[in-house]
Design a protein around this ligand. Structure first.
Ligand code: SF4
Ligand code: SF4
Length: 472
């Protein structure tokens, strides 16, 4: 039976409940009074339920769809302004014992080159990433008890935090590794990780079991309850995600909002981020896997409706998306993007030959970080390399309180400008630097708190003179 507070996956992601909600939303997709009522509630910017969110997703009335997109833009602007946080994925190892049907790292794939980085190779990767200007990483590794045990992950995190090359340092390491035990989550917490990220892939148990026929990941309940274990182990910030296109998108949309509601109801803190990857062709993957692939229009509507349903949760899009798709979803709710990404193991220090492919998926947006930063600024966004909250202990409920009270803006905006200034001085091309300096001057005027603005101006001058790492 559906129970949002239950620790059991089959209760908080209850299939019967989802079927009921899918039927309800289908029956009400043209119900203008109901959709208007939901939009009125959503305009308070405190979120809506999974059932209400699915009605908005299904809405087929063009004028009301415009209102949905307008509201998503307003919420994005209210909580996240024009800032976009930058990060890069770092693949440590593609050894994996699982059989995920959509991922080329699956154990039976003999075509792919298997690589596990040594600590020295990680050093080379991190220096290459620091030389691009990155400050925030998402670590990725396949699941393998002997090749990638937790000790290897912890050692790698310590290596990464310990590298300070020129003015570069990685200030926040988020981790995307397989579901594990509470004890191992405690080890990750003690190693100082930022967000623990784990994609559900699909919330539909039947599809999940079909797509994960072998390996520990085939246990749906263990995987779905992982975030509860991570949070009980003391990890404050967790990142959800589904791989849209694996299964019916309406089902997975409903599931991810229910998962967010469950964490809020049972642990007291909702997810820190939601990622919205879409399936992409890859080596040794049956094209049948992509038959549920979704259009750019539906993808944009999913982003808008997640933004409305969970206004306090950051949203992430990767380089799996094309430039035009990224541009569209940025204004509808995305608050973090990757830039200059390599999805092969060891791909930053050395470009991989095509026939030697160790990548998880093909990147569509192949631009350098400098090009992405410039593009964002030309669109009116402020690229941010901020990592302040985690380092100031503003995580979990402390972070959510600040966000809900909208006080966070007094931190985010000046931090974005200061970290952008560091980037421009240390890494940008002359043209990007010129555009960025003009942008910083303009954006300083938008800081309404006079004391914060004066401090920020002072810090910017000190950054120009060579000091680094100020934060609010
Ligand atoms: Fe392994 Fe993750 Fe790929 Fe599955 S998705 S095969 S667990 S790397
Ligand atoms: Fe994120 Fe906190 Fe920095 Fe704002 S101040 S951008 S919430 S880390």
């Amino acid at each position: 039976m559906y129970d949002v507070r239950s620790p059991r996956a089959e209760d908080f992601i209850n299939d019967a409940r989802i079927q009921e909600v899918l039927a309800y939303a289908e029956a009400n997709k043209s119900n203008a009074p109901l959709i208007e009522e939901i939009l009125d509630k959503a305009s308070l910017m405190k979120g809506i339920t999974h059932q209400e969110a699915l009605v908005l997703l299904d809405c087929d009335i063009p004028e009301l769809n415009e209102r949905i997109y307008d509201l998503a833009r307003r919420i994005k602007n209210e909580f996240y302004g024009n800032r976009i946080v930058m990060f890069a994925p770092l693949y440590l190892s593609n050894y994996c014992i699982n059989g995920c049907e959509y991922c080329p790292y699956h154990a039976k794939n003999k075509n792919i080159r298997r690589v596990k980085l040594t600590q020295e190779q990680i050093r080379e990767e991190v220096i290459a990433l620091q030389d691009m200007g990155h400050k925030r990483l998402a670590l990725e590794a396949g699941e393998h008890p002997t090749m990638n045990p937790i000790e290897y992950i912890i050692e790698s995190i310590n290596t990464i935090y310990g590298i300070h090359h020129k003015n570069g340092d990685i200030r926040r390491v988020n981790v995307n590794i397989a579901a594990t035990t509470e004890e191992e989550y405690k080890m990750l917490k003690d190693a100082g990780i930022g967000t623990y990220i784990l994609f559900q892939e699909t919330y539909n148990k039947t599809s999940y079991e079909r797509l994960h026929p072998t390996g520990p990941k085939s246990d749906y309940a263990y995987h779905t309850e992982a975030m509860d274990r991570a949070m009980h182990a003391g990890i404050d910030d967790v990142g959800l995600g589904v791989l849209f296109g694996l299964n019916n998108y309406r089902y997975d949309f409903c599931g991810i909002i229910m998962h967010a509601e469950h964490l809020e109801a049972s642990i007291g803190v909702g997810p820190h981020t939601i990622s919205v990857p879409r399936v992409r062709p890859a080596d040794d993957i049956d094209p049948e896997t992509f038959k549920n692939g979704l259009s750019d229009d539906i993808f944009a509507k999913i982003v808008a409706c997640i933004r409305i349903a969970v206004p306090y949760t950051g949203m992430i899009v990767s380089t799996r998306e094309s430039i035009s798709s990224r541009k569209r979803v940025l204004e509808l709710g995305i608050s973090q993007i990757s830039g200059g990404s390599r999805t092969s193991v060891g791909g930053y220090a050395e470009e991989e030959a095509e026939e030697d492919n160790s990548a998880q998926f093909d990147v569509i947006d192949n631009r350098t970080l400098d090009e992405v930063v410039r593009w964002l600024m030309e669109l009116g966004y402020v690229p941010s390399f901020c990592t302040a909250c985690y380092r100031a202990g503003r995580t979990g409920d402390r972070f959510m309180e600040l966000l809900k009270s909208k006080q966070i803006v007094n931190c985010c905006h000046p931090n974005a400008l200061m970290t952008l200034q560091e980037y421009l001085i240390d890494y940008a091309t002359p043209e990007t630097r010129r555009i960025g300096e003009q942008l910083i001057t303009k954006e300083l005027d938008t800081i309404t708190n006079l004391r914060v603005r004066e401090s920020c101006e002072g810090f910017l001058s000190r950054i120009a003179e060579g000091e680094r790492d100020f934060r609010f």
